[in-house]
Design a protein around this ligand. Structure first.
Ligand code: ATP
Ligand code: MN
Length: 143
């Protein structure tokens, strides 16, 4: 039923927790997982004040994300999924919603919260925007 899953991660504990559920979706017919990390371009905009060049920092963030994703990719492949990886620069919720269309996914699996994980927030801002605008079902893994 859920043939292709879009799994957005900010590498937070809550996002990491989602992997356990993705593993279990094998028995619901999932064949492919698209792992996506978005480097937030709004944080990158602040780098006009940084001495190191924008390109160097973007390259570092990209390499860091790719190496973290590599571990998850290996894990998911061992579980029998085919895995593809997208590291993008932009506004996280916009990029995630664009990939929902582009990758023709059947389910989005994300954390209710992420790196900020504020106690009083019902949902993080990325998960809220994605849940609001997604066309496909969303599985929200709680903190
Ligand atoms: P906020 O960012 O609003 O301060 P938060 O960090 O607690 O709050 P979100 O950022 O909404 O919460 O994170 C919720 C989920 O959205 C994460 O568990 C992850 O699945 C996904 N997510 C968040 N940021 C990104 C990102 N940059 N790239 C990919 N997925 C992301
Ligand atoms: Mn966040």
């Amino acid at each position: 039923m859920f043939e292709t899953i879009l799994y957005p991660t900010d590498f937070s504990d809550v996002a990491q927790k989602a992997l356990v559920y993705i593993d279990q979706l094998k028995s619901a017919g999932t064949k492919k997982v698209v792992i996506v990390h978005v480097i937030d371009s709004r944080t990158m905009d602040l780098l006009v004040y940084a001495p190191t060049s924008y390109m160097t920092i973007e390259k570092d963030l990209r390499e860091d994300a790719e190496s973290k994703i590599e571990l998850m990719k290996k894990h998911l492949e061992k579980s029998g999924f085919s895995v593809s990886v997208r590291v993008e620069v932009g506004i996280p919720s916009n990029k995630i919603l664009r990939l929902e269309e582009e990758e023709d996914v059947s389910l989005i699996v994300l954390g209710s919260h992420g790196k900020s994980n504020l106690k009083e927030m019902f949902l993080g801002s990325v998960s809220e925007s994605v849940i609001r605008a997604a066309r496909k079902p969303v599985l929200v893994v709680k903190r």
